[in-house]
Design a protein around this ligand. Sequence first.
Ligand code: FES
Length: 174
Amino acid sequence: MDIAMTDEHSRHAPPPPDWDAARAGALIAAESGREGGLLPALHAVQAAFGCVPEAAEPLLASAFNLSRAEVKGVIGFYHDFRRAPAGRHVLKLCRAEACQSMNGAALAADLLARLGLDWGGTTADGALTIEAVYCLGLCAMPPAALFDGAPVGRLEAGRLAALVAEARQTGPSA
Ligand code: FES
């Protein structure tokens, strides 16, 4: 995996409104005694707060005897970790080769420009987060995406616009 593709993870964002350092510390401590506990700790923090905010980095670094830069590197490497909570809906667009070469790159660039977002960004109304994913196993139906976890194949501009409209008109998926 290309570390350079992880820029969307490195932006500064305030901690989520429900951030609780003591609770995060307890979640991290529960994993810190285990070999390979860093990833479970990161997942636990994200499950509790919807993201792994920068405020969690010193707690993780201390618990796992790592530098903060090392923790940041791990978070950036794995695209599933968010730095800020997602919107009510999440659209993951495939950025791997088969989808990119079948108009996926152009569709994504156009969508992000129209919404005024970068990868990992959320619309101002909180309706939709656009994230990158690197192959969904749907290479036979490129370009592919996941909308709130549901696979979508053979994306084209009209379908993408419909998904955005659906996100804006509806509450969170069950
Ligand atoms: S390359 Fe996009 S689903 Fe495999």
